[in-house]
Design a protein around this ligand. Structure first.
Ligand SMILES: Nc1ncnc2c1ncn2[C@@H]1O[C@H](COP(=O)(O)OP(=O)(O)OP(=O)(O)O)[C@@H](O)[C@H]1O
Length: 255
């Protein structure tokens, strides 16, 4: 039993146990998460799906240390992040977590290279030689080489999201959280971004957790965790968009 538990912790890049989050009190109380226990495997691309209001963003915020749960525990690697204070959480997010948002969240006054290097700047250090080589490789594989001196507003949405991906992958974080990363993109740029995320995981072993309600986006993931009403309603290996759509429809009809 003890060995099994140790193994489970060793292979999970992140883990939540009996996680609950409630907003408000009394009759107006909303139980956004009502007892979620899951582990995300290291090096895998996991999608978190579910109808609107099912608790996806809440779960992501708890796992990324952006908000604290009402009860339960969250581990990133073997760090119990529910035990950390604000300044420790800030450092953890900066060093061990990467973020890709629907709205790109690039800094408009910095050029593309400045945006990609921002996590290092915030950490008060320059990339090491190996990290600089890795960033260089990302710049080429994301097709950003001839854009480095441009500002974000000069780039298309798809290009901006590629910058955000380079920024998130640059520090080789334990886990990259992607929140509806294709929500603001046309379908072609969206597919490109999804392929890049899938490649980051399959080729470079980057662990990724993506929140989405798009079955096509979720079909790029190795695993799909379905939430409904704040609990895990289903948990599937890689599936087709059609299979994912019918599961979503069933959840929306019979939550
Ligand atoms: N700050 C808050 N105050 C009150 N209620 C909240 C707050 N944040 C979320 N909720 C509620 O918690 C529940 C889960 O919200 P959450 O944003 O996690 O869902 P979601 O699955 O991400 O939805 P969507 O797909 O629409 O973004 C919803 O009922 C929501 O209204």
């Amino acid at each position: 039993m003890h060995t099994e538990l140790t193994t489970a912790i060793g292979t999970a890049v992140a883990r939540v146990e009996k996680l609950t989050k409630s907003y408000g009190t009394g009759p107006g109380r909303v139980d956004a998460l009502a007892g979620v226990s899951i582990g995300l495997e290291r090096g895998r691309f996991t999608a978190i799906m579910g109808p609107s209001g099912s608790g996806k963003s809440t779960l992501m915020h708890m796992m990324a240390g952006l908000d604290s749960p009402s009860s339960g525990r969250v581990w990133l690697g073997d760090t119990d992040i529910t035990a950390l204070g604000d300044s420790q959480l800030t450092l953890l997010r900066r060093r061990r977590v990467g973020f890709v948002f629907q709205s790109f969240n690039l800094v408009p006054t910095l050029d593309i290279l400045g945006n990609i290097r921002l996590p290092f700047e915030l950490d008060g250090r320059r990339p090491s030689r190996d990290e600089a080589a890795w960033i260089d490789r990302l710049i080429d594989s994301l097709g950003l080489r001839d854009r480095l001196g441009h500002r974000p507003f000069e780039l298309s949405g798809g290009q901006q999201q590629r910058v955000a991906i380079a920024r998130a992958l640059g520090t080789q974080p334990d886990l990259v959280f992607a929140d509806e990363p294709t929500g603001n993109l046309d379908s072609r740029s969206g597919r490109e971004v999804l392929s890049l995320l899938a490649t980051a995981s399959s080729e470079f072993g980057q662990s990724i957790a993506m929140v989405t309600h798009d079955p096509i986006a979720a079909s790029y993931a190795d695993r799909i965790v379905f939430l409904a009403d704040g609990v895990v309603a289903d948990d599937r290996p890689r599936s087709t968009p059609e299979q994912i759509s019918s599961l979503m429809l069933a959840l929306e009809r019979h939550p």
